[in-house]
Design a protein around this ligand. Structure first.
Ligand SMILES: CC(C)(COP(=O)(O)OP(=O)(O)OC[C@H]1O[C@@H](n2cnc3c(N)ncnc32)[C@H](O)[C@@H]1OP(=O)(O)O)[C@@H](O)C(=O)NCCC(=O)NCCS
Length: 1183
């Protein structure tokens, strides 16, 4: 007879050391995260009976199947409060007679061995579970190598059962699908389940519309052959229900051992280990939460009696959100937790792991791949023990986010007693594709300035290396900082090899080492064999060209129209999805990326832009203007894929910028047009794994090439650029990406791809094609897919593979080389060699970059690739030399014949950038001396809005609206801004009109686009709340309807940089209003939207709107009908217009006082489009 033993024994869970295992899981940015046993049991308790069948062919469950009825209670303490008040008996027990099991629930394995199991005990009594827990709660305990404090326990009934009723079941997920492992010999002695368990493979296809799920008989014959006949049906039913829950709730791992099934079919699940996909939170959050709502369970279920008291206010979901616990003994430091929180609310990536707080070498590196390369270099130089942290920031974080990130890291560096040898901070990074280096550096510089004295005290030396958009500005600012901060800062640009600053920073004299390993230092180096004669471009003279007549070519702001109806997408061979005719749709509103693509096209001498149109489901159908060289062109924006596809039959690529939450549905939509759309790039990072896997399977079925997710895309020099790949034009030119070279590469990392473009341009004749497959766990296409294409493409002569620790995809390439399917020379390197030198396993920036076994380590991969005949250097630093040698051999053999260089056409610098760099100036058309909205805080005649309130000065008209003093002040404060409507007032005023006419001119422009969305916000929020939608349901429903929520979102302000006006209104309302339930509701909505993006805050319009509804409804002055009536008839807008009028009057008087002359709009700011409408052109085609 056995009881439940509290020990899962799965092999996967036993790899590495215990502490390592937990640490790596916790620190993983992987979607897959472990949850507590208690929560896993609640998920099953709630969802087993009701999870929908995952597909149409799913076998039915017998009517007489009895669902297990688990009883479970949680006892949880915080580390600093271990008082007895939490030691409460579960509801469902008799404290003196019910036999119980008690065990810690803190992701600890093999609790039995560690003596952390109270078995077969009553609650009360000297030996009871209560005393057992009391003895341990809040106390440190060592389990294998890890010491941690016990704070969370689970209590369940003890279940006596014969050992032959114990089974083992485990469901896990992989790239191709899920697998169910089952053995009839479960229990603590289960042994090597990988070897002995029976397996039922469930490829992704079985859940598809046309797929066929294994029948009940197949389940029985495959998994249950050794199970007694009397238990087979019940176990089949259980497995079917379990798998339905697994799919519905986005589990990635679920193990039950033992699973007990008594003769007669009564089932109990005893010990459980589970992981769920955290990136599926936006889909499953409410389903996870509802299962954790203890109020839903019958009294007899008897979950925890010490459940956390319900928090006041409106909850986002029905039930508390899922908790992803820290691994035992490895609590997140406050700083790590803070960065994790920041990371969760942005599409950008911010990661921090403190490896050794006393370490001397700190890093702040941009890029998932680059950060690993730096750690590799530090470790390779023998400084792994001194490496204090691993971290990265990437995906274009804002200046504010980078500041928060830098502040946190610098704070850690400047703590404690200074080290006698001082400290080193490496601010590294590759050549960014799209992150604005100047903006992110501004954030870092702000943090460095604030920490000046700490940096000096700790004798910190700083080394910077970076390239990419605006790097010149960023590096210059860093250099200037170095001169003023009193802290030594050495600054290097893209002409220094990415990791060359590591030996410099560590004080290593490379001259004593082997021959130099870095790439030539400047872009002027010409690769061996490359022809040197550079001749003039044959392109048309560019702006500024001087003619013999003495005149110059001037910018010509005509709109260029392209007839692309004849460009044939079907003429390309399968191995060449992109050429110089390729046309694409960009999904999402990404004007910057599109302009980059068009500039690239122009520099390549393409005949027509590579972007045919944009697809953006929000808002209406419209057009947007882009530069084509010095001229302009128009691109249509469609709201649906159908329309875009129908209008542009020549387009066969989609660059999908949808967020990780919506990219699944938009890609499914796109795949419907697979007869036309042949390639899709998915940019978003953190796509739920189940979705990513389904997408890649569907794409494969349809023969569509998917690049990504979590990628910048790729580049085909001279032909086509996916989104932001290749960075800004200066980098495109420096890396010669405007014309094809001979080297095809595949990299996991987007940032490192750009670094490769640079290296290849220096040591070979350049990139032929480069693809970044993306860092998530399930990339749509992998190394082998692209390398086989390059192998087949006669124009590609040499291959490069830049792999990474984690996964086994490099072995598929090795196989192909061994089989002779790849014969072209291949240079390769797997990054992440430093992993072996850390005491703990570290999950690097990419979700897929962690070794699950020895063969997945970077070292093993490098060794295997070398053995298979790849050219694999000894270190990453030697990669350029390996590339150079391989290239020169091919030139020598005549395989590569270098071509003459051509100068690409000059593309003028964008006005905004030139202005940022201080290269140009332009007189302002308007002057205002009364308000300034550009900075962190609004200014009124030079006074900050917060001071206006502190001093209680108020803005004109404040006293007019007594019921809303705070609110109205904030409200009217918004109204002095130079909005479009204010502009009309100013123009009228400068035309000599009187106050009334100028005021009227501004007022007449106020509408839902200009002047706030108060009415709409009030109506959307109240309707949602009144119809009983949870905040999350409201957000989800609006999203499904492609409707943005009025009153949500700000351009600059965010969770970490709140809008002071909103703060003031909230504070006032909370203090003075009798009730503010709609404000609370709106703030819960804000929680959901800011989890998507930190700028999706409740804005000042939204805040005022909901507060006004609260006041009308709850002040007692109006009946509910009256309140609704007042809202309906536009009272809010009345209040708004009143406030705005004050602003307009202010502007009118200001202009008069300044004697502002008549306003004339600059002629060069007006496009005159007089082209013949019968011409084939963009506008003509749009209906
Ligand atoms: C993928 C990426 C372009 C998406 O951009 P984004 O700004 O997060 O997403 P969007 O602006 O499209 O939309 C954000 C969400 O806010 C929602 N939203 C915007 N305004 C809203 C409003 N007023 N009310 C409610 N919701 C609103 C949108 O509906 C959208 O919802 P969804 O995510 O559920 O679809 C961006 O996250 C990114 O570039 N990430 C980096 C990716 C990366 O690093 N890849 C690897 C490169 S090597």
């Amino acid at each position: 007879m056995r009881g439940n033993f509290g020990d899962n024994n799965n092999k996967n869970l036993r790899r590495a050391t215990f502490g390592h295992f937990l640490y790596s899981f916790f620190h993983s940015t992987m979607a897959s995260k472990p949850i507590r046993e208690y929560d896993a049991k609640l998920l099953l308790a709630h969802w087993l009976p009701q999870a929908p069948p995952p597909c149409a062919s799913y076998p039915a469950v017998s009517k007489d199947f009895k669902f297990p009825k688990p009883r479970v209670a949680q006892l949880a303490w915080s580390e600093d409060d271990v008082s007895d008040k939490y030691l409460v008996a579960p509801r469902w027990i008799d404290p003196t007679s019910t036999k119980l099991v008690g065990k810690p629930d803190m992701l600890i394995k093999r609790r039995g061995k560690a003596g952390l199991l109270a078995l077969n005990k009553t609650w009360d009594g000297a030996e009871g579970v209560k005393s057992w827990i009391k003895e341990r709660a809040g106390k440190p305990v060592k389990v294998e190598h890890t010491t941690g404090t016990l704070t969370t326990f689970i209590v369940e009934p003890f279940l006596p059962h014969p050992s032959n009723t114990e089974y083992y079941i485990c469901i896990n997920s992989g790239r191709e699908g899920d697998a169910i492992l089952f053995t009839h010999e479960g229990g603590v002695e289960v042994g090597d389940v990988d070897a002995k368990a029976l397996r039922l493979e469930l490829p992704v296809s079985v859940l598809s519309a046309g797929g066929s799920f294994p029948s009940r008989d197949t389940i029985k014959s495959t998994l249950l052959s050794a199970v007694p006949a009397g238990s087979k049906d019940a176990l089949t039913d259980f497995i079917l229900r379990l798998y339905a829950v697994y799919v519905h709730l986005h589990f990635t791992y679920l193990e039950i051992n033992p699973l007990v099934c008594f003769e007669g079919g009564e089932i109990h699940f005893l010990d459980m280990a589970a992981k769920i996909d955290q990136t599926a939170e936006s889909i499953c959050g409410p389903m996870w939460a509802v299962a954790r709502d203890l109020g839903l369970y019958e009294e007899s279920f008897g979950a925890a009696t010490n459940a956390a008291p319900k928090k006041a206010g409106v909850q986002t979901d029905r039930g508390p959100p899922m908790v992803f616990p820290a691994p035992f003994g490895r609590q997140l430091t406050t700083e790590e937790a803070y960065i994790q929180k920041l990371d969760a609310s942005t599409g950008a990536s911010l990661k921090l792991t403190v490896l050794n707080p006393k370490g001397r070498v700190w890093t702040m590196v941009a890029g998932g791949g680059a950060s690993v390369v730096y750690s590799d270099a530090i470790a390779a130089h023998g400084f792994a023990g001194e490496l204090a942290n691993y971290g990265e920031y990437s995906g274009a974080p804002t200046e504010g986010q980078t500041y928060e990130y830098a502040r946190t890291v610098i704070d850690l560096i400047t703590r404690g007693t200074p080290h006698p040898d001082g400290k080193i901070l490496i601010i590294g990074g590759g050549i960014a594709n799209f992150t604005n280096v100047a903006a992110t550096f501004k954030g870092i510089i702000r943090a460095l300035k604030e920490a000046k004295s700490g940096l000096i005290t700790h004798n910190v030396k700083i080394y910077v290396r970076r390239g990419g958009p605006n790097y010149q500005e960023g590096l210059r600012a860093m250099r200037l900082l170095g001169e003023s901060l009193g802290v030594p800062i050495k600054v290097y640009g893209p002409d220094t090899h990415i990791t060359d600053i590591v030996p410099i920073a560590l004080g290593i004299d490379l001259s004593k080492k082997a021959a130099p390993t870095t790439a030539p230092g400047t872009g002027t180096t010409t690769p061996a064999g490359a022809a040197v004669d550079v001749h003039d471009s044959t392109a048309a003279p560019t702006v500024g060209t001087i003619h013999p007549s003495g005149s110059r070519t001037q910018p010509d702001d005509q709109i260029v129209h392209f007839d692309t109806s004849s460009s044939a997408s079907g003429s390309r061979p399968a191995y060449r999805p992109f050429d110089d005719n390729t046309r694409s749709f960009v999904y999402g509103l990404q004007p910057r990326a599109i302009q980059g693509m068009l500039d690239f096209d122009y520099s390549c001498g393409r005949k027509a832009p590579s972007v045919a149109a944009m697809i953006y489901p929000f808002g209406g159908h419209h057009i947007q203007k882009f530069y084509w060289g010095t001229k302009e062109t128009l691109l249509p924006v469609y709201t649906s894929v159908d329309e875009a596809v129908a209008k542009h039959p020549d387009t066969d690529v989609v660059v999908n910028f949808a967020s990780s939450r919506s990219v699944y549905s938009s890609t499914l939509d796109i795949l419907k047009f697979s007869s036309q759309i042949r390639s899709i790039a998915i940019i978003a990072e953190g796509v739920p794994e189940r979705h990513a896997r389904e997408l890649l399977w569907r794409a494969k079925e349809a023969g569509v090439l998917v690049i990504g997710p979590a990628t910048v895309g790729g580049i085909k020099p001279g032909c086509f650029r996916i989104g932001n790949s290749g960075g800004m034009m200066d980098n495109i030119i420096a890396s010669k990406l405007y014309r094809a070279g001979s080297v095809g590469y595949v990299s996991k990392s987007g940032g490192m791809s750009n670094e490769l473009n640079n290296i290849l341009s220096l040591v070979t004749n350049g990139t032929y094609e480069g693809i970044a497959i993306g860092g998530d766990r399930y990339p749509g296409s992998t190394f082998i897919d692209h390398l086989l294409r390059y192998e087949a493409d006669p124009q590609c002569k040499m291959l490069v593979l830049l792999g990474e620790v984690g996964g086994v995809e490099e072995y598929r390439v090795i196989e192909a080389v061994k089989q002779g399917r790849i014969t072209k020379p291949i240079v390769a390197w797997a990054i992440g060699t430093c992993a072996k030198m850390f005491d703990t396993e570290v999950q690097f920036g990419h979700a897929g970059s962690m070794a699950d076994s020895e063969m997945e380590t970077a070292d093993a991969k490098n060794k295997a690739m070398r053995a298979a005949g790849f050219v694999v250097p000894e270190t990453f630093e030697e990669l350029p030399r390996a590339l150079k040698e391989t290239y020169e051999n091919l030139v020598k053999k005549g395989v590569i014949v270098p071509k003459n260089e051509m100068d690409p056409p000059v593309i003028p610098m964008d006005y905004k950038w030139a202005q940022e760099l201080g290269l140009i100036r332009k007189p302002a058309a308007f002057i205002s001396t009364i308000s300034d909205e550009r900075g962190q805080e609004l200014l009124y005649a030079g006074m900050r809005i917060s001071d206006v309130f502190k001093e209680d000065i108020g803005l004109g008209g404040v006293t007019m609206v007594q019921p809303f003093p705070g609110m109205f002040s904030s409200f009217s404060s918004d109204l002095f801004l130079i909005s479009i409507s204010a502009m009309n007032t100013i123009v009228a005023s400068r035309a000599g009109k009187d106050l009334i006419s100028s005021l009227a001119s501004g007022l007449l422009t106020i509408g839902s686009r200009f002047g706030g969305a108060l009415d709409e916000a009030a109506s959307m929020f109240s309707q949602a709340r009144d119809t009983g939608l949870t905040p999350r349901e409201f957000v989800d429903n609006s999203r499904k309807a492609n409707k943005l929520i009025s009153g949500i979102g700000h351009k600059i302000k965010s969770v970490n940089n709140p809008d002071l006006r909103v703060e003031l209104v909230k504070e006032y309302v909370r203090k003075n209003f009798p009730s503010h339930s709609l404000l609370d509701y709106a703030l819960a909505v804000e929680k959901v939207t800011t989890a998507k993006k930190d700028t999706l805050i409740l804005n000042v319009d939204g805040c005022i709107a909901v507060c006004f509804v609260d006041l009308l409804r709850d002040s007692g002055a109006f009946t509910p009908d009256e309140a609704d009536e007042y809202i309906k008839i536009g009272t809010l807008n009345g209040l708004f217009v009143l406030g705005r009028s004050i602003g307009f009057i202010g502007h009118h008087l200001d202009q008069k006082r300044l004697r502002a002359p008549l306003y004339r709009h600059p002629a060069d700011d007006i496009f005159i489009n007089m082209a013949d409408v019968s011409q084939p052109r963009v506008l003509g085609r749009m209906q």
